[in-house]
Ligand binder design. Structure first.
Ligand SMILES: [Zn+2]
Length: 362
């Protein structure tokens, strides 16, 4: 073997430009959606405006008879399925989906046209409208849809699975929110966006499909590191036998989990929403413009997502450097979402990380 046959490959990944993404977000952000509590009544009027540009289908009714919609656009061969709010109180992905829909239906930019010509997207903006109504993770029968992929007890789980079986996507995006407790291991940053390429078995085997999923995540992470350096985490890939992503990946449908998390001072998740939109568009762009999935190892360079943050810490430096730690509990009170601060640890933690710190000198 000559020296020239040594396998040296420069893995160049074509990323979207940040200035283009900024311009898209500025122009196409769906301003009718804001904050954390997004209900079916917030998205229903928007969905009907897309009937002009896309195929809007009602794919079923929730347990409490709220419509579940899918919006389909693009004419290409690669198929991408996106769903959000399978956990009713996790709405950041829903907001960024509408920013994405505005971009894809309004922009004449080459990268947008390439997406529409190369792939067919099916988007379910709210899989669990009953949970969204009352701001719960679970559906109206208290079922966690993300642990119901095998039993499919919930009607919403059946609807998602039917969509998967009939559409047979090449890639899925499973959109969630994570709590403010999550940070990026080895940094002092919160995990603003976290990713997972779910395992197909307990041994976490690196199957060809998982490597493809990881490759898309590598592209999204490369982009995000430019705008939120060290703000991206990697979820544990422990196999969950009943989880949606693990089962879809096992069935051969590459599934990318995105968890929207905290950005400093952004409890409404409006800044996270922007970076989530960047990641989603970059991921789709990468799928349409790339057929080489060789680069997957940098996925493992993304630091772990760990539980290391409190919302508020009170420090008492004159009392043996001790402190109290608090977390917000999210509650609906009188039809308003309230962040209720609760003490969770007292005078026992050394130098905890927090999103807000108050110093008591006395
Ligand atoms: Zn979730």
């Amino acid at each position: 073997m000559s020296i020239f046959e040594v396998n040296i490959r420069i893995h160049f990944m074509a990323l979207l430009s940040i200035s283009l993404l900024e311009a898209f977000f500025k122009k196409e952000k769906e301003t009718a959606l804001f904050g954390r509590w997004i209900r079916f009544s917030d998205i229903a009027p928007l969905i009907h405006t897309y009937e002009k540009y896309t195929t809007v289908k009602q794919i079923g009714l929730s347990e409490q008879q709220r419509p579940i919609y899918s919006i389909q656009l693009g004419t290409g061969k690669k198929k991408i399925l996106v769903w959000s709010q399978m956990h009713g109180n996790e709405s950041t992905g829903t907001k960024s989906i509408f920013d994405l829909l505005n971009t894809l239906t309004q922009s004449s930019e080459a990268c947008v046209q390439q997406i529409l010509n190369t792939c067919t997207l099916q988007i379910i903006p709210m899989l669990n409208p009953d949970g969204a109504e009352v701001y719960t993770r679970v559906n109206s029968k208290k079922i966690d849809l993300n642990r119901d992929a095998v039993a499919r007890t919930a009607i919403e789980s059946k609807i998602l699975r039917h969509t998967l079986d009939s559409f047979q996507p090449d890639f899925c995006f499973n959109l969630h929110d994570q709590r403010t407790i999550f940070g990026v291991e080895g940094t002092s940053k919160p995990a603003t966006i976290s990713f997972l390429a779910p395992s197909e078995d307990v041994n976490r085997t690196l199957t060809a499909g998982r490597k493809q999923t990881m490759n898309i995540i590598v592209a999204m992470n490369n982009l995000l590191q430019k705008v939120i350096p060290n703000g991206v985490g990697r979820y544990t890939d422990e196999f969950y036998p009943t989880a949606t992503g693990d089962n879809f990946q096992k069935l051969g449908y590459n599934t990318i989990l995105i968890e929207a998390g905290h950005y400093p001072d952004d409890y409404e998740r409006e800044i996270t929403r922007k970076y989530h939109f960047y990641a989603l568009l970059q991921g789709i762009h990468h799928i349409v413009s790339n057929d080489d999935y060789a680069v997957y190892k940098p996925y493992f360079d993304i630091p772990n997502n760990i539980k290391n943050f409190y919302d508020v810490v009170h420090r008492y430096p004159n009392q043996n450097r001790s402190c109290d730690a608090y977390q917000y509990e999210e509650k609906i009170i009188k039809n308003t979402l309230v962040f209720d601060l609760q003490k969770v640890a007292e005078k026992q933690i050394e130098n905890p990380l927090s999103h807000n710190e108050i110093l008591f000198e006395a």
